[in-house]
Design a protein around this ligand. Structure first.
Ligand SMILES: [Zn+2]
Length: 308
């Protein structure tokens, strides 16, 4: 929200705006090819409902089908379901309007309640479902930084249990580890499920290129800290990683993603030191990394300040 255009993940109008511009450009191209025709603003096409993807026998991800920014405003980001004999640990809550769909998908896996809901960070596509879950009896857990970011923005559903640094949840004999880092925001939580060798990284990891990785400067994120956070993730013992957006990644996929983020950051820093203009930097990054449009475009002004 706030000053940073890049809170687009948290702003349902953001993706819509972007999708609309793209659609108008497409319509204009069609009109140019076919001669003059009345161009009407297209209605927002409804995104297909999210799908339930099995990661392990006891770990599932609720994710969007096409991995497009235009789906995020409607369906929210990835949510991960950890099933135990005593209840469910849910990581991220999607947005408020997906609550019934989310609960129905969890009910299709287990009769147990959603005992804990961990928030990877404060943005509404991850935390917007928290208040409805709390009303149903779920305890919401997050870092102190995430709680403070949510209270500052008057977002409902702020964590009832907070931590700094490191914490654990043990439920039904299963352990889930929480690590607080700074990167996408100042209070990101990395979740490790040691028994499943699965990491859930929130928006520290966003793929594919259609959903570019960004930081939210307004919520205390930084590209330098994002790089450090991804190095911390790489030290963990895991085979499979769930990002905040996009498909489930292998460890090798993740390492490629980490290196790409570092390469974008260092290329940006070098161009900035050469005193290239904002437009020149954007064009170079687009050409070399296919990074710099859509949600990423709003990150560039902040990066000019940070990466000198
Ligand atoms: Zn986010």
């Amino acid at each position: 929200m706030m000053s940073n255009v890049l809170s687009v993940f948290a702003d349902p109008k953001g993706p819509r705006r972007w999708g609309w511009v793209g659609a108008v450009v497409m319509l204009a191209a069609v009109a140019a090819a076919q001669g003059p025709a009345p161009v009407q603003p297209p209605a927002q096409a409804p995104a297909p409902p999210p799908t339930l993807v099995k990661v392990r026998d006891d770990v599932f991800v609720i994710q969007n089908v096409n991995h497009l920014v235009s789906e995020i405003g409607q369906n929210g980001g990835n949510a991960t379901v950890v099933v135990t004999n005593d209840g469910v640990i849910l990581v991220d809550t999607k947005n408020e309007r997906m609550h019934d769909d989310l609960v129905a998908k969890v009910k299709s896996l287990t009769v147990r309640p959603i005992t804990y809901g961990v928030l990877t960070h404060n943005h509404a596509d991850h935390s917007g479902g928290a208040a409805r879950l709390q009303a149903d009896g779920t305890t919401i857990v997050g870092s102190v930084g995430t709680r403070e970011n949510m209270l500052r923005a008057n977002q409902p559903g702020a964590p009832q249990i907070t931590y700094t640094g490191y914490s654990q949840i043990v439920l039904g004999g299963k352990e889930v580890q929480l690590r607080e880092v700074r990167g996408h925001t100042r209070g990101d939580t990395i979740v490790l499920i040691p028994s499943a060798r699965v990491v859930i990284a929130g928006d520290l990891v966003a793929t594919p290129d259609t959903i570019p990785a960004i930081v939210n400067y307004g919520d205390g994120g930084s590209w330098t800290d994002l790089g450090r956070a991804l190095d911390e993730v790489a030290k963990l013992d895991f085979d499979t990683l769930v990002g905040g957006h996009g498909p489930v990644l292998s460890r090798a996929d993740f390492l490629k993603y980490r290196d790409r983020i570092a390469a974008i950051r260092e290329r940006f820093r070098a161009l900035n030191r050469e005193r290239k203009t904002q437009d020149e930097i954007t064009q170079t990054l687009l050409k070399e990394f296919n990074w710099g449009t859509g949600p990423a475009a709003g990150n560039i002004a902040g990066m000019l300040q940070e990466l000198r």
